[in-house]
Design a protein around this ligand. Structure first.
Ligand SMILES: Nc1nc2c(ncn2[C@@H]2O[C@H](COP(=O)(O)OP(=O)(O)O)[C@@H](O)[C@H]2O)c(=O)[nH]1
Ligand SMILES: [Mg+2]
Length: 246
């Protein structure tokens, strides 16, 4: 086994990112790893509207969970730099399946159907709950859940049961605020503080929040850096070519 590569000499001022809360420096190496991974090919693998249609567990998975219309599909599109990979829509509740996207065959992004839309029938809610609970509890390859909250509103009543389910099932989750382009700088800090305090009671919540705007491409690099830490390492062939001469 090789020893750790020496840290590259870094510039004196790594800028503090305001797109994570609490704000912190993000290592340039992590940003570069994220940039490279998310620049790779992203392939639609499957859409599953029922348990039997879930694809095999092949890659570490990141699930995007949140209320209908919170911006899940837009965020997946922004992360992968594609406009139309995940279907976005103005009609709440239209995308009712789990959509699986393989990124560089090293990480699976899963766009989950939204919850909390007003017109949903009891039957539809029961079906959603059964499918999502099954997925969240049984998926052996699930590594992280991004719970998306609209930055203008923060936590809404339908978000609590989802976070409680994560706690009960011991599933690690990370809050991602969306649509921050609608907020002033002061409002961004305020919502960070408010949501940061509200999730303290949830044992499996990551204490750090990500603040994003798919529309204005804010916080996308920082989120890529965080998510890329869950990806499989680069294939052996790529590693071998960088370690040829011994
Ligand atoms: N202003 C703004 N609108 C957004 C952003 N992300 C998504 N939206 C809008 O919110 C609506 C729902 O987005 P969508 O990605 O389909 O949400 P989903 O139901 O959670 O998948 C669409 O009209 C998007 O254009 C954003 O970052 N900023
Ligand atoms: Mg969607």
């Amino acid at each position: 086994m090789g020893h750790h590569a020496p840290r590259r000499g870094r510039l004196t001022d790594v800028p503090v990112s305001e797109n994570v809360y609490p704000p912190r420096e993000i290592e340039p190496e992590a940003l570069e790893t994220g940039r490279l991974l998310f620049a790779r090919e992203c392939r639609f693998v499957a859409g599953a509207a029922e348990i039997g249609a879930l694809p095999p567990e092949t890659l570490p998975e990141i699930a995007f969970l949140g209320r209908s219309n919170v911006g899940k599909s837009s965020l997946v599109n922004a992360l992968t730099g594609r406009r139309t990979l995940a279907r976005t829509s103005n009609t709440p509740g239209r995308t009712r399946q789990l959509n699986f996207f393989a990124l560089d065959e090293r990480l699976m992004l899963v766009d989950l159907p939204g919850y909390g839309y007003a017109e949903a029938s009891k039957t539809a809610i029961a079906a959603w709950t059964r499918l999502i609970e099954h997925y969240l509890r049984q998926r052996g390859t699930l590594r992280q859940i991004c719970v998306l909250l609209d930055a203008r509103h923060g936590l809404k009543p339908p978000d609590r049961p989802v976070m409680q389910l994560c706690d009960r099932a011991g599933l690690s989750f990370q809050i991602v605020l969306t649509k921050t382009d609608k907020l002033t700088a002061e409002e961004r800090v305020a919502i960070g503080e408010r949501v940061g305090a509200a999730i303290k009671t949830h044992t499996t919540a990551h204490p750090e929040l990500h603040l994003t705007s798919a529309e204005k491409r804010l916080g996308i690099e920082a989120l890529r850096a965080t998510l890329s830490s869950f990806a499989l390492p680069e294939p052996a062939a790529a590693l071998a070519s960088s370690h040829q001469a011994r």
